[in-house]
Design a protein around this ligand. Structure first.
Ligand code: BES
Ligand code: MN
Ligand code: ZN
Length: 482
């Protein structure tokens, strides 16, 4: 689907017409020079956010898709994404070749930001995961035209939005693939291919090299699996500057290991590599946008399975940092592989800062649900920048405390630290504190996306499955970084 900006000279098969709750349909039609008897259908269209109604006309365009925007005063990034998601979802089931989108009567932010968000949202919503289905549901139009006078600067802005939306889709796609396909080797191959295609570098460490590097925790988590672990290293940009290091949890399947999970919903643990997929999505976008930064990406990737070779509760493992970890629960594996990656980051780079993305706990979704990611940091310096970025595309997060009081929960009597705290006592926080232990003094932000990387039912703004949460937010943050 070609997403462009123009006053259409060609014929449209369908025009998407957004309408605020307060607006008269009649007027909205008139403004767009559409002559239709709105009295006959206005009762069928409530104009609530995301409501849709297709009406047919004898003139061109033959179809008008009315989409509700809800109330004017609450119009923001989230609502615009919802309106676009429901419109694009609807046109997928129609066979059309050219679709137009009229802009709302009232925008928010600058026109530039609005156009970028529109490009992002249209690209984001066009994604559907149906690779394994014989019958494909989606028929995307060839042309998707946002009705706005073409200006060269806005055209570039739109392209940037589409680039970020496409990168978010690439990230979603990796997480949506089942674990029998998306193995650590598959993730590494994808990274190598993406590096060639988008112009960054990628080096992959195999299990021997991981061991030689001293990453005992990653090695231990991977011990129960036949699939070899991979440690994926990405690098982009001006290597003279200290890099921003992105770390992403890359568990391609998490059964819990010997501390095995209940079978209900275990199939969802194929998305336990979503953090790694976010890092790959950010790299794709940053490289295509040619941002003037130095970026390093680290993805420790493994399966967490059960076998005679698997790591056991009570085992004591030497980490990359040299400290020993008593494994109390083999299901708390994310923090183990991340600990080695964080310590690797500090040893080999002098990071300006580290950002990590991980589906680290189930506890975070108890606290914050599937709309807000947990945000932890050892510095206050960046939270305002992230908040500002977040408003732009509505990828939401909530700051949680790195409560030092809870560090004692992880005292081990036989090793330097153990890998879990007390049951039902701030599990999302103790997981973050475990990571902090391996971060040192480097400025660091941890995103626990256990609730937000995946959604179980079709929502008004996202389809069931992987969400790509964090790709746009991080790109926007990196773009604003001084
Ligand atoms: N990958 C899971 C966390 C998770 C669970 C994310 C469900 C999204 C949905 C992680 O490895 C895990 O199993 N965490 C445990 C930690 C516990 C053993 C201390 C958890 O949250 O139950
Ligand atoms: Mn686990
Ligand atoms: Zn996990």
């Amino acid at each position: 689907m070609n997403i462009t900006l123009a006053r259409p000279k060609q014929k449209l098969d369908l025009l998407i017409l957004p309408v605020f709750k307060e607006s008269e349909i009649k007027q909205a039609l008139k403004q767009n020079k559409i002559d239709l008897p709105s009295e006959s259908f206005s009762a069928d269209f409530k104009k609530e956010l995301g409501d849709t109604l297709v009406v047919y006309s004898q003139n061109d365009p033959k179809r008008i898709l009315l989409v509700g925007l809800g109330e004017k005063k609450s119009f923001e990034a989230q609502s615009w994404r919802i309106a676009i998601e429901s419109s694009v979802n609807l046109i997928k089931s129609l066979k059309l070749s050219a679709v137009g989108l009229a802009l709302p009567q009232k925008l928010f932010g600058t026109l530039k930001d609005f156009i970028e968000l529109t490009g992002f949202a249209v690209a984001y919503s066009s994604y559907e995961f149906e690779e394994y289905k014989k019958e494909k549901k989606v028929n995307l139009p060839k042309e998707f035209i946002i009705l706005q006078n073409e200006q060269s600067t806005l055209k570039k802005t739109l392209e940037q939005g589409v680039i970020i939306g496409t990168a978010a889709n690439a990230s979603k796609d990796l997480s949506n693939h089942p674990a029998n396909v998306a193995t650590p080797t598959h993730l590494a191959d994808h990274a190598l291919k993406a590096a060639k295609q988008f112009n960054f570098t990628c080096k992959v460490l195999g299990s021997k090299e991981i061991q030689n590097e001293g990453m005992g925790l990653l090695t231990a988590v991977s011990a129960g699996s036949e699939e070899p672990a991979k440690f994926i290293i990405l690098e982009y940009g001006n290597t003279k500057k200290p890099p921003v290091v992105l770390v992403g949890k890359g568990l391609t399947f998490d059964s819990g290991g010997i501390s095995i999970k209940p079978s209900e919903k275990m199939e969802e643990m194929k998305y336990d590599m979503s953090g790694g997929a976010v890092v790959l999505g950010v790299f794709e976008a940053v490289a295509k946008l040619k941002l003037p930064i130095h970026l390093v990406g680290l993805i420790p990737s493994s399966e967490n399975l059960v076998s005679g070779k698997a790591v056991k509760p009570g085992d004591i493992i030497k980490s990359h940092s040299g400290e020993t970890v008593e494994i109390i629960n083999t299901d708390a594996e994310g923090r183990l592989v991340l600990a080695d990656a964080l310590s690797f980051a500090n040893k080999h780079y002098k990071p300006r800062m580290i950002l990590d993305f991980a589906t680290l706990t189930g506890a975070v979704s108890v606290a914050l649900g599937d709309q807000y990611t947990g945000y932890f940091s050892n510095t206050k310096a960046f939270v305002k920048d992230f908040q500002k970025a977040s408003e732009k595309m509505s990828e939401k997060f909530w700051e949680l405390p790195l409560a030092e009081e809870y560090q004692t929960q992880m005292k081990s009597s036989v090793a330097d630290i153990k890998n879990v705290g007390e049951h039902h006592n701030g599990g999302v926080i103790t997981a973050a504190l475990f990571l902090k232990h391996f971060v040192g003094t480097t400025p660091w932000i941890h995103f626990d996306t256990g609730g937000t990387s995946w959604t179980t039912s079709n929502k008004s703004f996202a389809k069931a499955g992987s969400t790509g949460w964090g790709v746009y937010l991080t790109v926007e943050f990196l773009r604003q970084l001084k």
